[in-house]
Design a protein around this ligand. Structure first.
Ligand SMILES: [Fe+2]
Length: 158
């Protein structure tokens, strides 16, 4: 049964696509955090091992909220790694294990990329596509990524 929520079909379609992009970014970063959690070595091993785990657990929850929002709005959430890779703007580096410092830098940068993408998305979804519910969900998600980025950025003095 089609939802009748006061959002036009055309707008819903655009929102589904934007949310699938956010879902793809979340999943790409989730996978990267797991890889880094598994492959850390040296200084701060256990601390970073736990920090990365805390972050991918946080992402697991937010990814689910985004996917279920797509379904709530009558859309289909993508759910394969190849779709995630093509819909995401985050980059993977297969076969490479960065140093702990490089991991931290890359993760900060990925969170910030997501924050910037969400900020733009929120404006469009609220103003152009008139969906305050999704704008609110994504605003919370953006704040979550801002905080996750902060916890990693603090490993650098300047
Ligand atoms: Fe683990």
């Amino acid at each position: 049964m089609k939802p009748n929520l006061g959002i036009t079909d055309k707008n819903l379609k655009a929102i589904h696509e934007l949310l699938n992009n956010a879902l793809a970014d979340g999943n790409m970063l989730y996978i990267k955090l797991r890889k880094f959690h598994w492959n850390l070595a040296g200084d701060n091993f256990m601390e970073l091992h736990q920090l990365f785990e805390e972050q991918y657990n946080a992402l697991e929850l937010s990814i689910d909220e985004v996917a279920e929002r797509i379904s709530t709005l009558g859309g289909t959430a993508i759910g394969t790694t190849s779709e995630f890779a093509s819909a995401s703007q985050l980059k993977e580096n297969p076969g490479k294990v960065p140093t702990n410092q490089e991991m931290l830098k890359e993760l900060v940068s990925d969170h910030e990329t997501i924050v910037r993408a969400l900020r733009e998305m929120i404006d469009d979804i609220e103003e152009k596509y008139e969906d305050k519910g999704t704008a609110d969900l994504l605003t919370g998600l953006m704040q979550k990524h801002e905080k996750l980025a902060w916890k990693l950025r603090k490993y650098f003095k300047n």
